[in-house]
Design a protein around this ligand. Structure first.
Ligand SMILES: [Zn+2]
Ligand SMILES: [Zn+2]
Length: 500
């Protein structure tokens, strides 16, 4: 849920008279590879005679009718929420089980979706469960692993049974002496994805490992080339030809810092099903890509699935006679619900996205005719700048999860020539922003983010060939026909950008 939703729910549910209270909310689904999330889109608070507050609170049929017709009208799932006068992740009383057992079949019959039960403790801790239909007339509780609250900050409420607190030894004593055990337990239980395992992504991966994150996802279809060796952390000549994600995964495992370390290395694009679904399993994503289409995809993922995305970019220009660098800037920002999106920040434009989709960027004559300030003509990263940008992105992450003294900040930009960090940037979207308008849409919007990716397929096929003679590829049925790919892609983008 967003911080705004969290605030209105806690204002209503946590009562000064210590009585329990209830309400209904509405969700849309976000389906990852292993995780299903209910995204809270809306709430209907009870009016005075909609419920009786008497110890164990109960609701009246009229209220439930109001809720079901609203859910039907908007194709929402239904969440039944109540409060307990105790702190922490709440289990269920037998009355709670009775109430939700009664709701499960009715809600499923009306909406086609499982009812979700949520409880808030007196300290604002959330707990949640899905009621899954497992057989005819049988509904079972499927406890949620965590409840995520996203906005300026990122707060995750963990189910101790499914996500127990990790233990830390002496190797983390210095980190824990900075922010304490409980923050360390919260941070290290997050699942974090890095999209783009180039110079910036590889440094961020290193930083996350050393911060104690145990569950990482790396998404990038590129292989290591000779020209990457001046920028790719720890890569050496013998690593040329390997997938960047595999190389970083193996290297981080060799550090042997966390016994429970899991790294999923995916040689896919974020616009492909395997990449997108893995990203939807994450609590937070780093965008270390520099092209418009993956940026647009990550922008969309963030708003439609409540997954904060930390993005950055480097812009360098050499002198016209290449006698020195003329100027360099790099910027880092966190996008997602209640913050600004990458499009409003100017990180890409819809026409750049369409241009990338059109395939024209593979045409040297077309590239030649583009103006000097076009995004394809931006200078390359150098390791020293990547290091600084990765540092700024890690700061965005730590600031968001730690929020020291309740302080948060928005986008930051480093001016290399003057050595200033500028921070006077907008941190909210324009009024009719169509990325923001997808807030909480989940799978409805995720569908539109999927594209075939011919160069990712080529990269995988090349590597496969170099290892074993390729007989029948798993991708044999995917469409490599560039023309029909372009047509479909442009049609999807036209629809997206025209109807908002
Ligand atoms: Zn209860
Ligand atoms: Zn926006």
């Amino acid at each position: 849920m967003t911080e705004d939703i969290d605030l209105s729910l806690s204002n209503h549910l946590i009562r000064e008279d210590n009585q329990e209270d209830l309400c209904f909310a509405f969700y849309k689904l976000s389906t990852g590879k292993r995780r299903i999330t209910a995204l809270i889109n809306d709430i209907i608070f009870p009016e005075l005679d909609d419920r009786n507050i008497h110890g164990n609170v109960s609701f009246n049929p009229d209220y439930f009718d109001k809720v079901t017709s609203y859910a039907l009208k908007n194709k929402y799932g239904i969440i039944f929420i109540h409060s307990h006068p105790y702190p922490g992740w709440q289990s269920m009383s037998s009355d709670d089980v009775d109430a939700e057992t009664m709701l499960a079949p009715r809600v499923k019959a009306i909406t086609g979706l499982p009812v979700v039960g949520m409880t808030i403790g007196s300290d604002g801790t959330w707990s949640a469960r899905f009621w899954e239909k497992t057989a005819s007339k049988t509904y079972n509780i499927q406890w949620c692993e965590s409840v995520r609250v996203v906005g300026y900050g990122l707060k995750i409420h963990y189910n101790q049974n499914l996500k127990p607190k990790p233990k830390f030894g002496k190797e983390f004593s210095r980190t824990i002496s900075s922010w304490g055990t409980s923050k360390q337990e919260d941070i290290s239980r997050m699942k974090i994805g890095i999209v783009g395992m180039g110079s910036v992504g590889s440094i961020i991966a290193e930083a996350l490992l050393r911060t104690g994150i145990e569950d990482l996802v790396f998404i990038d279809f590129d292989t290591i080339e000779r020209k990457n060796l001046d920028r790719l952390l720890a890569a050496s000549e013998g690593d040329i030809g390997k997938f960047k994600v595999d190389f970083q995964k193996n290297r981080l495992h060799d550090v042997n810092l966390r016994k429970g370390l899991t790294i999923e290395a995916l040689p896919y694009s974020i616009t492909e099903k395997q990449g997108l679904e893995a990203a939807l399993d994450c609590d937070l994503l780093f965008s270390c890509v520099d092209m418009p289409l993956p940026r647009f995809t990550l922008d969309g993922i963030s708003y439609s699935n409540f997954i904060p995305v930390i993005d950055g970019g480097i812009d360098t220009n050499p002198n016209s006679d290449l006698s020195n660098i003329d100027q360099a800037r790099w910027k880092a920002h966190t996008v997602g619900p209640q913050r600004i999106c990458m499009q409003c920040l100017g990180q890409y434009t819809p026409s750049d996205v369409s241009l990338e989709q059109s395939g024209e960027l593979d045409n040297p004559t077309y590239i030649k005719g583009l103006p000097k300030d076009h995004f394809v003509n931006r200078g390359e990263n150098v390791f020293g700048f990547s290091l600084s940008l990765a540092g700024m992105e890690i700061q965005q992450f730590l600031s968001m999860v730690l929020q020291p003294k309740g302080i948060y900040y928005g986008p930051k930009e480093m001016d290399f020539n003057f050595g200033n960090i500028d921070f006077d940037f907008e941190n909210s979207c324009v009024k009719d922003c169509h990325i923001k308008s997808q807030t909480g849409q989940g799978d409805n919007f995720n569908k539109i983010l999927l594209f075939d990716h011919p160069s990712a397929e080529k990269s995988r096929n090349n590597l496969q060939r170099s290892i074993t003679p390729r007989t029948e590829s798993a991708n044999a049925d995917t469409n490599l026909d560039t023309e029909s790919f372009m047509k479909r892609a442009i049609r999807k983008l036209k629809n997206l950008f025209s109807d908002s």
